[in-house]
Write a protein that binds this ligand. Structure first.
Ligand SMILES: [Zn+2]
Length: 141
């Protein structure tokens, strides 16, 4: 809310709408039962007695833990169907873990646009040239 107050809003009522939204926001589902979207990076051990879940934090970690399917995934974005073909080793029991089928709420997609479009993961120098943005355009329905 403090950052919102530092922004020049055009039209100015945008600031009040944003502050109202932030003040009154509630919990919302982070996942969706859909095909398209950000594949949530959560793998669950297929051994029902174990059922350990593992959250993958980077492409490097993903590659390191992959036990099958990496060759078909490598070179693709981390989306379905490619990501679902990669199984990882369960760190608890050594069994196979498979990604949960859920994808992220579309708001997560919107939230990473500033990072994904200006090469946060692949070119930090380029990213630093453009971030933070001087202008963000949005519209109301
Ligand atoms: Zn396990």
């Amino acid at each position: 809310m403090e950052v919102t107050k530092q922004i020049t809003w055009i039209p100015s009522y945008g600031k009040e709408l944003e502050l109202d939204w932030l003040k009154n926001m509630h919990d919302w589902m982070i996942s969706k039962k859909r095909y398209w979207g950000l594949a949530l990076p959560i793998w669950i051990c297929q051994d029902k007695n174990c059922a350990h879940f593992e959250v993958i934090g980077s492409k490097e970690e993903f590659k390191e833990k992959a036990i099958s399917g990496w060759q078909d995934f490598d070179g693709h974005s981390p989306h379905r169907p490619w990501i679902d073909n990669v199984l990882i080793k369960c760190p608890k029991c050594g069994g196979q873990a498979k990604r949960i089928p859920d994808v992220g709420n579309p708001w997560l997609d919107a939230g990473i646009v500033p990072y994904s479009t200006i090469k946060y993961n692949s070119d930090q120098e380029y990213f630093k040239q453009w971030f933070p943005a001087d202008l963000v355009l949005e519209c109301f329905p």
